[in-house]
Write a protein that binds this ligand. Structure first.
Ligand code: PRX
Length: 649
């Protein structure tokens, strides 16, 4: 619903805006009408070994489909994030690290980070890693994660970071897909006082046949846990780096050379390896970090995302470091040791800019204002939100209680595929409406279409498309370029389809309403319903499964699984628990179903297609709005399901 409230740009912000309202309008026109001139100028923020002369070379049409930015430019990402800052800020803090326990913290200056990255780059080279090789990272939120990413970038290796919460099977699938011969991990991670057995998970993953390509496991010591070592394969980083030079030249990379692969869930099949390249991605991460967060030199910037997600890539590591910022990496969780943790960390490190997800805010809001008000938060000047729609209630709480009414909120819409923020207020230029990501950044051309692809003008609701490219756009799905085209450019020819539904109001503000495909957003994490279904049917008791999302107070969406058991298997609560454990083991805890609903049958059309629309309605408790069920092969199935749903969950 449209929110009548408008929060105008505070006058002090308008005065010192990085981009004023009129500059924003001018930049939008310039990016649209003279893209080569506009982006060539903006891209000078990076240090190029060879400046690009070819700027934008793009077509979304099937016949000559291509996405290339700064195509003849040469640069190195690690150089841009480290070396070029050394002259001016070698003693400034690059990374502040806050551990899981409040007693654990540390940090690295730019000089120290540079030396660490060079050492790890040399260790990787010594292990035979060369330009273009893939390196899988399975690490906790410790500076070594950023070091490893930048070490790969320095020598031209392509990193694939796998979130530490994923299971051995998920890790194995990602290793196999990109064929990485080396995995960098840690003995253990820590989260909320619990140990995460990362190395043990790697060992389990490498037992899977597909992961047999791995020749080396490089292990960072974090908790100093006692871990088994496989001779000939496992290498302790602490030993390997002994005596290694802290000098390592940067590999010259073409702007279109791959920088990283990051796996993300889609509506069908296995997670796909989203590929980002060197020049366009780094530019977009850096430009948006400065513009959207109004970043000023010397400020402390804290993005709470894990580096296992794209938000962690772009706004914990690449964007802030490319801008010479101080970035805070937090290993812990918002509620450990208590619900004041985020705000205590802000006070401890005098954080100016804070960027988190609505799911965390909702969980904290539920605990009342006390844990927030027990802290000062005077250092804060800007707040950000990402990952899912922020409900106006959570927005207001963030604004009034956390930010004491003084900090603008940037609600940033983007995706793994987009590399960085595409739709967001600019704090010095955009009046805010709680719950709206407001307007597209310069160069981002949005379009709403109906299911038939008819373009909707003015105030309207539809499917969100983007009609032109931006430098941070993904370039391909690793190993499957056809899937890239089919997934994003075939539904509405000539346009990139985001998979999101969206409303544009009478002021031209955009309100993202959530996914319109079979992807669900659980606590700001993307999950393909097909993945959870595949995991469920691997269990011996399960004949068939259908998974949908349902509204969840804290998580945004929860996972609702309809399960049909094999003949002769009795439904009972122990089996429900066993299935939840099974999915956690197959994919990871984030995929654990919230509800399992025994389904004697699933509603299918006569051609055998599951009618998810009906399953969604039942999961949402909207049993009066099931719509037309006459095309079902067996309409009686729906009645059974509705009966099952009325029982307490
Ligand atoms: O549905 C949108 C939602 O998150 C999806 C992208 O997920 P992922 O690739 O994991 O990246 C998350 C972090 C960038 C989008 O398709 N989403 C992300 N940000 C917002 C959002 N929905 C509403 N408002 C947002 N600010």
């Amino acid at each position: 619903m449209s929110d009548p409230d408008l929060y105008p740009v505070p006058p002090a912000w308008a005065q010192r805006a990085r981009m004023t309202k009129s500059e924003y309008e001018a930049a939008r026109i310039a990016a649209r009408e003279t893209p080569d001139v506009f982006w060539a100028g903006q891209a000078r923020r990076l240090d190029w070994m060879t400046a690009p002369t070819s700027i934008k070379d793009v077509s979304f049409d099937k016949a000559d489909f291509r996405i290339r930015w700064f195509g003849d430019g040469v640069l190195n990402v690690a150089w841009n994030c480290l070396d070029r800052h050394l002259a001016e800020r070698s003693d400034e803090t690059a990374i502040i690290w806050e551990g899981d326990e409040p007693t654990q913290s540390g940090g690295l200056t730019y000089r120290e980070l540079h030396a660490e990255v060079c050492r790890m780059a040399n260790v990787l080279k010594g292990l035979g890693v060369v330009k273009g090789d893939r390196v899988t990272l399975y690490l906790p939120m410790i500076p070594a994660a950023a070091v490893a990413m930048l070490a790969c970038a320095r020598i031209g290796a392509v990193h694939s970071v796998v979130f530490g919460g994923f299971s051995p099977d998920s890790l194995a699938g990602r290793i196999e897909d990109c064929g990485s011969k080396i995995v960098i991990t840690a003995d253990e991670g820590l989260r909320g006082g619990k140990r995460v057995p990362l190395k043990a998970n790697v060992d389990a993953a490498l037992e899977r046949p597909g992961a047999g390509v791995v020749e080396t496991v490089l292990i960072i010591s974090h908790t100093n846990a006692d871990i088994p070592i496989t001779a000939g394969r496992d290498v302790r980083y602490g030993e390997a780096k002994h005596g290694v030079s802290a000098d390592c030249p940067c590999e010259p990379m073409n702007a279109e050379d791959p920088l990283f692969i990051l796996y993300t869930s889609g509506s069908t099949g296995k997670p796909k390896g989203v590929l980002h390249t060197t020049g366009g991605y780094l530019f977009w991460a850096a430009w948006t970090h400065e513009l959207v967060f109004d970043y000023r030199p010397g400020e402390v910037f804290w993005c709470t995302a894990d580096v296992g997600w794209v938000t962690g890539h772009s706004y914990c590591v690449y964007g802030p470091l490319a801008n010479g910022a101080t970035t805070l990496m937090f290993e812990g969780v918002p509620n450990y040791p208590d619900y004041s943790r985020f705000w205590q960390v802000i006070d401890k490190h005098q954080v100016e800019i804070f960027y988190t997800a609505p799911t965390a805010l909702r969980a904290l809001m539920r605990e009342g204002d006390g844990p927030v008000k027990a802290t000062s938060r005077k250092s804060l000047r800007l707040l950000g939100s990402v990952g899912e729609p922020i409900n106006p209630e959570a927005w207001r709480w963030y604004h009034e209680i956390v930010g004491e009414g003084r900090c603008p909120i940037v609600d940033t819409w983007w995706q793994t595929e987009t590399g960085g923020i595409l739709v967001s207020p600019l704090p010095g230029a955009t009046d805010l409406k709680p719950g709206s990501a407001t307007k597209p950044l310069p160069g981002v051309e949005l379009q709403l279409v109906d299911a038939d692809g008819v373009v909707l003008e003015g105030a309207a609701s539809g499917n969100l498309c983007i009609t032109d490219s931006w430098p941070g756009q993904m370039r391909t799905v690793w190993g499957d370029h056809q899937r890239f085209f089919d997934t994003y450019f075939s539904a509405y020819p000539g346009r990139y389809f985001t998979g999101d539904g969206c409303r544009r109001d009478e002021d031209g503000y955009y309100w993202i309403t959530g996914r319109v495909d079979d992807v669900i957003n659980v606590s700001g994490h993307r999950m393909g319903t097909a993945e959870v279904e595949s995991a469920l049917v691997l269990h011996g008791a399960v004949a068939e499964a259908a998974v949908v999302g349902f509204p969840h107070d804290i998580k945004g969406q929860g996972i609702y699984a309809y399960v049909t058991l094999n003949a002769g298997v009795e439904p009972h609560d122990d089996l429900k628990r066993a299935l939840v454990i099974h999915v956690r083991k197959e994919i990871g805890p984030i995929a654990a179903p919230d509800v399992i609903h025994w389904a004697p049958g699933l509603p299918k059309t006569r051609s055998g297609k599951i009618m998810r629309r009906i399953l969604r309605k039942i999961a949402e408790g909207e049993i009066d709005a099931l719509g037309d069920t006459s095309t079902l092969a067996d309409p009686g199935v729906v009645e059974e399901l509705v009966k099952g749903a009325s029982k307490p969950r």
